[in-house]
Structure formats: structure tokens, C-alpha cells
Design a protein around this ligand. Sequence first.
Ligand SMILES: [Zn+2]
Length: 418
Amino acid sequence: MNINSDRLWDREQEVGEFGRDERGGISRFAWTQEYREAALALIKWMKEAGLKVRVDTVGNIYGRYEGSEDLPPVLMGSHFDTVPMGGKFDGLAGVMTALEVLVSMREKNIKPKRPIEMIAFINEEASQFLGGHFGSKAICNMLPMNFADISVDRNTGKVLRQAMVEYNMGLDPDNFAGSFIKAEDYFAFIELHIEQGKYLLDADLPIAVIDDIAGIKQFYITFNGESAHAGGMAMKDRHDALAAAAATACEVERLALTSESRTRGTVGYVHVEPGEHNIVANKAIISVDFREARLDIWQRLYDDLIFFVENQCTNRNITYSVSSTINTEPCHCNDQLRKIIAESAEENNIPYMHMVSYPAHDAMQMGRLFPMAMIFLRSSNGGVSHCPNEYTTKEDLAAGADVLYTVIQKICNLDKVN
Ligand SMILES: [Zn+2]
């Protein structure tokens, strides 16, 4: 084995405890005291491993292992925050395996050609400050410059600026630009992450090579009808906003099931006004979430749904509006890096499969800048994630780190990635 599986497991458990929630699971949100304690534990281990540590202006943590030549480094890592009442593996597995790879390299006194850096992204889950993938979006210059003033903790109302200052790790809410990285700054990016589903569990395999990350379209549709008496108003004379919304929710499911791909389509939220049992609804809002790896289908899903909504509204003589919250195109993992991951798994005698990631990851943002690939690890416990029962075994975590170790050795000796 390339790495020390006991050390990896113990550290995953130790740092994973920060943010223990008395309601169950782990709630380790970005820029909180719990997050700070976890970050300090991580930084201590990084320094012990001889890494050059820096925290950027928004709170992403980097650690650098020097190479023999002054070339753009290989970057690896994942996010360090959790959802409310989450587990110890989502995100953290990618950070701790990255650390373990570098600690093991140092123990073996390996001097790679290229430098290698690890990263712990901040606020990927957006548990308090909404948006999602904050850390990776910040460094890719995808956030408005005044984000620290317009982003507010949805539970407490605290402005992000204040949270960043109180975090007391030298962050600078006025200097998001200080966190930017450019395409030429790094050579490639690898993210290891747990699967958060059960394809690997069902296939009885520990790891997967990710081929594509599905694109996401997330939006709200508001239907505006007219309130009326549930008894008095004849069916033919109604302008029922909820009936239109309900039909649309079923259409989302139908479109996903008939897309000729493994599309996911979800309506997980509904708001109805006035929300009375004896009043026809004058307003209904639903959320729609489509995930699809093929670009043409990804676009068509939205167009087909809006066509359906327009028909609903015409037939019922009501109006609608759409507000988009996420519109991220599908992302293809680099072919050469995917091959390297597959070869590395074979060399370590770890069986694998290929897979599409339907959850989005920080890797999507990194993939806009430089070649990117992902490794998935099996989720045990029925594949559940984003909950206290989220679990990946010690053996699978070690298998992932073992493959990552080989992958990184191979990449840092390449001259270029095609
Ligand atoms: Zn995650």
C-alpha cells in the first residue's frame, strides 16, 4: 500500500468530529468557530508534513509540496464544510486523502518533478451563505466583487463580511481578487469524493472514474392565477395556479424518465397562496432541478418544460414567470487524466467502474481553468449522504488514497496533458 490507512482513518475521524451537532451528525459551516478549529487541526498536520501552507483571502486552505522543477503544480482536494447534520466523508474524504498522499510522499522522500498542492475549499455546501461552491467560484472570479456585503446568513441574518472577519484567519472581504488563480497557475486538478449514491455499492466496487459531471438547471416557476370559492366557482371558470404547478411537477418527472439518458428531474419545493382547503390557489411556486450529462439533452429539458408550462397557462388563462438560480453546463473530465486514474487503479489491484457524477462539485469550476478529473469512493449504508448515517469504510477510503497517490505521481511527471 502506498499510504498509511490507519493514520488516514484516524485523522478523518478526528477532524470529522469538529462541528458535532447535538441533533445528530456534523454541522461544520464555513467561517464558524468549529470550522476554524478543524482548519487549525488540518494546518497543523500540513505543517508537520513540511507543506508550505497558505490561507487565501476568502478562506480556502492550500498546502504546497515542492517539486524539483519550478513548474505549474498539480492540485488536488475537495471541500472542508458540511451540510446541516451531515457526515464525516462528503468533502472531507477528498481533503484528508490529499493530505495523506503528501504525508506518505514525504515519508518516502519522494521528490516529484512538478510541485504538488492540496486544497480545502470553503463553503461548498452553502449551508448558511447561499450560492454553493463558494470557494472554487471565488478563485475562478465567478462571484460579484461585493459578494461579502450582499450575501447574508439565511438563519441569523449576519452579513458575510462580518463572518469572514470574526473567523479571524486573516481573510479580506474587500479583496476577493486576492484569491484568484489563473489557468497557467496549475497543471491539472484531481478531486476525490464519495459517491453519495449506490451505483458502486450495487456493483460491489470500491471506486469509480468519473467521465462527466452532469450540468444543472435549477429554477423557480411562479404561476399566477385567481383565487375563487372552492364550491361556488365552476371548474371550467377557474384559473387554478396550483393545478398548473402540479401538472408541471409531473411533467418534470416524465421528461426525466423519457430523456433517453439518466436524467434526474426533481420538484422538491412548493409554495401555495392563499393555502386554504376551500380556496382555489391564486399563486403557486415550484422549484425545478434538472441534472443531465449530455449538453443537447440538458438544454432540451428546459425548453420542453417551458413549452409545457406555456400550454398549461394558456389553457387555464393564467400567467407564469421563471427565475433561474443555477445554470451550469455539463462538464467533461479530461480523457488523459481519466485513463491515468483507470491505470492507477489497475496497478493497485483496485477494481473500478466508470460513472457520471450527478451532484455538482468544486471540480466543475476547476475544470474551466485546467484539465480536471474525479475519483469517486463507494458510499456504504445504502449509499446515503448529507445525513448522519453517511459512511465510507476504512478499506474504501484507503483504496481511494492509494489510487490518488499513484495518479498524482504519474501526473506530476507529465510534460503536458492533452
Ligand atoms: Zn461534497
